[in-house]
Every structure is written in structure tokens, then in C-alpha cells.
Ligand binder design. Sequence first.
Ligand code: ADP
Length: 253
Amino acid sequence: DTAHGGILYLEDITVSFDGFRALNKLSLNIAAGELRCIIGPNGAGKTTMMDVITGKTRPDAGSAFFGSTIDLLRLRESQVASIGIGRKFQKPSVFEQLTVFENLELALKADRRPRAAVFARLSGAQLDRIGEILTLIHLKGEAQRLAGLLSHGQKQWLEIGMLLMQDPKLLLLDEPVAGMTDEETERTAQLFVSLQGAHSLVVVEHDMKFIDELTRDDPAKKVTVLHEGSVLAEGSLAQVQANDKVVEVYLGR
Ligand code: ADP
């Protein structure tokens, strides 16, 4: 609850698909402003967890709260963005025929009355906001470029920028650096680290080098390991990497 400064509370979430438990009493608490990395082998339940948070999948049991008052299990997927949750799927989805700037402009107006808003002129504050985001996502020099001409990594950044236009409290990011170069991966880590505090971030990731970069500013930063639908280990990166159960799951079979 807010007394503890939390933003996301999952408790004993269970999801079954035809008797198979994709999530098995999963509990997870994220503090406001926290950047949490979630790792785990294929099939561990990472995607299903994101689907529960965003109302795409309804659990069979358990509870999920956003802050102390919003019951996520009562919301539809279409309502989740409006309470301040932004989700980024693995594949970038930007409007390729529009410029970078226009993509951000559209994202800014997306939550407003459609027709009137799309043709309304941007206010000075809105223009400033787009400028800030362009700098943050390393695309200041590409504002007038068609999004379709960007590199894969730049498209990922643009999509993150589009999410940021809605100023989400919580960002859910599913393998955000898949397919990125080493340099892009490092810049993405810097971007996420700069967003923590003002936003909470849950990052699902396989790439250990990326997790290392995300936790470098604070070696005590928590990493959660999922396995067979529940939390196998939670602690600093060093702690989970030294955990026997984690080593076994990753290397032992
Ligand atoms: P991860 O994202 O960690 O790879 P998932 O959440 O995608 O794991 O999947 C967890 C388990 O649930 C997997 O064994 C997967 O096959 C199963 N699963 C996921 N979605 C469905 C579904 N819609 N129907 C049946 N099984 C599913």
C-alpha cells in the first residue's frame, strides 16, 4: 500500500491454462520509483505475469493492486494505460509512414478526444515535452526522419518515447534490447536508469550483460528470478547469480 510506498502488488497469483499452471502463487512487490529486473528461463511465466498486470489474462486466484487502491483485476486491458501503466512488447510498433516527431505528437494526443485533438496545435509546453523526450531517447537529430527509416534500436527507443508521452507511473518492458547492438543496449540501460525514480520500471530480460548495466548504479538493486510460475529467488544480481537453485535452473539440466 502507499504507506509502504509501493506501486505494484501481486499476491499469490495463479494462472492455469488447461490445468497447466503458468503462474503458481506468484507474489511480487514493486516500490515507487524502483527499476526491477525480472529474469527466468523460457516458459517461466514472465509474459503471463505482464498479461495479468495489464488485464490481458485473468488469474484464477490471487490479487493485483496498483498503488493501494486500484484493483488491477477489475480493469479491462483498454483501461490500463489511462491509470498510468505503459507496456512495451518485444517487437517495436511505430507508425513507419510518419516522422519521429509525428509519432510522439500522436502518442501525446492519443488519450484526448480523437478528432478535435489530432488537428489541434501543440502548446508550447507540449512542444517542450516532445523536445525533452527526443533528447532522452537519443533521437533529437532524427525528429524529421520517417520512423520507417530508423534502425531497429532507434525504433525501440521511439516506442519507449511514445509511452513516455503519456507520463506513465509504471513501465513494463518485455526484452527491450532484443536485437540491439552493444552500443544501443548500453544507451538503453542509461535511458532506463535515468527514468527510475520518476517512474517505476519492470524489465523482463534474458541478456545478463544488460541486467548488469541496469544494476551498476546500485549493486543492491533487486533482481527477481521466475521459475515455473513463481519466484525462485530475489536479491541483488550478485546474490541471485550465486544462488544454487538459480544456477541449477540455468545450467543444471
Ligand atoms: P515466459 O514469458 O517466461 O517465457 P510464458 O508466460 O510465455 O513464459 O509462459 C509460461 C507457460 O505458460 C509456458 O509453458 C507456456 O507454454 C504456457 N502458456 C502461456 N500462454 C498460454 C496460453 N495462452 N495457453 C496455454 N499455455 C500457455
